[in-house]
Design a protein around this ligand. Sequence first.
Ligand code: SF4
Length: 88
Amino acid sequence: MLSWLGRAACRDLDTELFFPVGPDGPGRHQAEKAKAVCKTCPVRRQCADWALTTAQEYGIWGGMEAEERVLMRRRERSAASERVSVQS
Ligand code: SF4
């Protein structure tokens, strides 16, 4: 299921980089560094899909922070709800 991890751009990096200490200050710098790695990652989409599907609450996955994933899930639910109401 997680075979894509073998091709991850972060596979040889310290995982702490992807779990910032907080939203501001050093944590913000850490998050931006992690996101820069994600931008180069060949499995970014798989990583983001996995994080969304499994509702990961912490860390940066697929170039997204936890809050960004929450917003994306909300947008997806809203779009799905609109599609259902248009069809009925
Ligand atoms: S998208 Fe980011 S967190 Fe996900 S595997 Fe790639 S480098 Fe790692």
